[in-house]
Each structure stands twice: as structure tokens, then as C-alpha cells.
Ligand binder design. Structure first.
Ligand code: NCD
Length: 369
């Protein structure tokens, strides 16, 4: 009998060549992780979904993000050091759905790391429009890049990319920048980093309210999966009947003994929670692409100005943004330090910087600076 040693990347590639897309897709998330993580460091290589992360990786990303932020305060030597780290790495950012923050913060992180980059934001001008298969398109991207960041309306596009790259001769990492209504793992990482900063590194034991479109909001879905990495977490889902959190997430939480509650009025719970995570109604899924004026949000799922008085002293308000009227405009600039969503945007740059640096095995160099 031969002992199977998968710690060598070549063996992963050999195994990957033998798995069809259907078999790969059908594998459980945790079984798939071996094809997604760096077999030597156990850190992520491809970043597809939140279930890939464990506590060690989450703590590492937060520490590297924090350190990179500090290094950049040294405008000369610090910034130069970061710019030298990945000067030879070329990123391709392929965004087939609208994006401001995710796109700009990936680009900014890449710039801080000295990387070269190419952006594709309009898939109608690339060869998919001529009938090229997605698998071939991804292979083609990999001929010109060392890293692929992908946002796509097909929830499986990024997984298809990882599958085809794994068996190719240019196995470059792919990062999910938003996969349809399914997941947005790098947003979840930056949300965790925001909580980490807000609570002095202590996320365990917190209760988080998630408010709004929980059925189609990929950010809350990815964040909910990360809860299993922390002790004594509780979730409160505040959503209209038709936009309630889906059963796949609820069964995941049950399986991991994470208590969750459901209500249809934010006022009821605002004084009990440590963080309130507001979201936008994802009505682009309602109208088949037709652009109507968005309907005003139901007041029960709105953050009202007077809720600041009801909130706990240390609690924070988060929002992945973009927002509409789900937060009273007076909250934006009221100067209350518990309003954390503007910092959250900025945290996206450092989180993505830390993630890219870790994928390319530069995280220790940053920590040792
Ligand atoms: C979110 C997204 O695209 O999923 N935005 C983001 O990346 N910060 C949330 C949204 O569009 O509502």
C-alpha cells in the first residue's frame, strides 16, 4: 500500500486532472478545501467561499491588515517596502457586475503592493461574447496574469475558474469578488476585520443583527458562515417574510450550534446586539434588469436616527454599501464613533492587501517589518 502525500502541489494537480467539473462541483465544501488551499502553508490559494477559512487564517488576515496599515504610516520606507513586495505580480480584475468598493479596493491594495494590473469591466467586449466557453476564457486570462479577481453573475463562475486552473499549466490563484447572490468572501473578511478593530480584537461572544435582504444578500451569507470560527456568537435575522435568511445558512448554523433568532422589527432588538449589519434590498433580482425607482424601504427594516440612543455603548453599525434609505441620512455624519461603515470601506483595502500578500506567501515579511 502506498501512503498518499498531498502536501506536494504536483500531486494536487495530478488529482485535479482526474476530476470532472461535475464531480468537483458535487464535492462537499470541506473536502474541496485541499484543492483550494496552499498544501504547504494551509493558507488560502484560491479564495472561493467563506467555509474555507478557519480561525487561524482569520486572525492572520486581521494581524497582517493591521500591520500593513501601520507600515503605510511610514510614508517613505514603509510604503516603499510594501511596493516592492509583489512588483513582479500581474493581476487581472474581471468584473462582470457593477462594483465600486470591491473593484476600487482591490485595485488600491494591488497598487500598495506594487503590482501591475489589468481591468476588464465590460464582458461584452471580451470573447465570451463570441461564444467562447467560460472555461476557455479563464484559461486565456491565466496566460496574461498571475492573479485573477472575479466578480460574476453566475454563482458558480469562480468555482469553475478554480477547477480549470487547477488542472492547467498556469495554476494562478483566483479570488471571488462576488458570486451572484451566493457569496462575497472578501467582504466577509473585511467585515470581520472591522469587528476586530471595533472590539479590540475580541469578536468572541458577540451578537450580530443582520437586517434587510438576507435571502439574496451575498455579504450576510458569507459573514454568517464565518461565525463558526468564533466562540459564543449569536445572530439575529431581521428581514421581511419574503427576504428571510435561506435554509442552507440556517442548517449550517444549527449544525455548528450557533443560535439564531428571527424577527421582523429592528427596534425590538437594537438595544440587545453588539453589531447591526444593515443591507440594501437587492431588487435587481426582481425586475429582470428593468430600472425602476427603488421602492422606499419598509420602516421596520430601517435604521432610524433615534436608534442611536437605544444602541449599546460599545455597539457598531455596519453596512457593506452601497446604501439607499435603509439608514437615516442623519446617521451618516453625526460623528458617533459607533457608525462604522465608512471605516469598513477603508478596511477593505487593508484586508484585500493582507489576503493577496498571504496568497503569495509574503505575510511573514509584513509581520516582521
Ligand atoms: C455588496 C455586493 O456587491 O454584494 N457591495 C459590496 O461589494 N460592497 C452589497 C450590495 O450590492 O448591496
Amino acid at each position: 500500500m502506498e501512503f498518499q502525500d498531498w502536501s506536494n502541489g504536483d500531486e494536487i494537480k495530478r488529482q485535479a486532472q482526474q476530476i470532472s467539473w461535475d464531480d468537483f462541483f458535487g464535492m462537499g465544501k470541506s473536502d474541496k478545501t485541499i484543492f483550494l488551499n496552499n498544501s504547504r502553508t494551509r493558507n488560502p490559494f484560491h479564495v472561493l467561499f467563506s467555509q474555507q477559512f478557519n480561525r487561524r487564517i482569520l486572525d492572520l488576515i486581521c494581524q497582517v491588515a493591521e500591520k500593513a496599515r501601520e507600515i503605510r504610516k511610514d510614508r517613505r520606507d514603509g510604503r516603499r517596502f510594501l511596493r516592492d513586495l509583489l512588483f513582479d505580480v500581474h493581476a487581472l480584475n474581471f468584473f462582470a457586475q457593477p462594483s465600486s468598493r470591491t473593484f476600487l479596493s482591490f485595485g488600491t491594495a494591488q497598487k500598495y503592493l506594487g503590482m501591475d494590473r489589468e481591468d476588464i469591466r465590460d464582458p461584452s467586449i471580451s470573447s465570451e461574447a463570441k461564444g467562447e466557453s467560460w472555461f476557455d476564457s479563464v484559461r486565456t486570462f491565466s496566460a496574461y496574469a498571475d492573479l485573477l479577481v472575479l466578480r460574476h453573475f453566475d454563482k458558480d463562475a469562480v468555482e469553475k475558474a478554480a477547477w480549470v486552473l487547477n488542472k492547467s499549466d498556469r495554476r494562478i490563484p483566483v479570488i471571488n469578488g462576488g458570486s451572484g447572490p451566493d457569496q462575497h468572501p472578501t467582504q466577509a473578511l473585511l467585515d470581520i476585520y472591522t469587528l476586530y478593530r471595533a472590539f479590540g480584537g475580541k469578536i468572541d461572544g458577540k451578537t450580530i443583527a443582520m437586517v434587510g435582504d438576507l435571502a439574496r444578500g451575498r455579504t450576510v451569507r458569507s459573514l454568517a458562515y464565518l461565525m463558526k470560527n468564533y466562540e459564543d456568537m449569536q445572530l439575529v435575522f431581521v428581514a421581511p417574510e419574503r427576504l428571510k435568511m435561506k435554509v442552507d445558512i440556517k442548517s449550517f448554523l444549527l449544525r455548528h450550534n450557533i443560535p439564531f433568532y428571527e424577527t421582523d422589527d429592528l427596534r425590538e432588538v437594537i438595544g440587545e446586539v453588539d453589531a447591526t449589519y444593515m443591507t440594501r434590498i437587492q431588487d435587481e433580482h426582481d425586475k429582470g434588469g428593468k430600472k425602476d425607482e427603488p421602492a422606499p424601504v419598509d420602516p421596520r427594516f430601517q435604521f432610524k436616527f433615534e436608534y442611536l440612543d437605544l444602541m449599546r455603548e460599545h455597539a457598531v453599525i455596519l453596512h457593506p454599501l452601497p446604501k439607499r434609505d435603509e439608514i437615516d441620512l442623519r446617521v451618516d455624519d453625526c460623528g458617533d464613533p459607533r457608525v462604522a461603515y465608512w471605516d469598513q470601506e477603508r478596511n477593505g483595502v487593508y484586508t484585500r492587501l493582507a489576503l493577496i500578500a498571504t496568497i503569495f506567501e509574503k505575510e511573514q515579511e509584513i509581520l516582521n517589518f
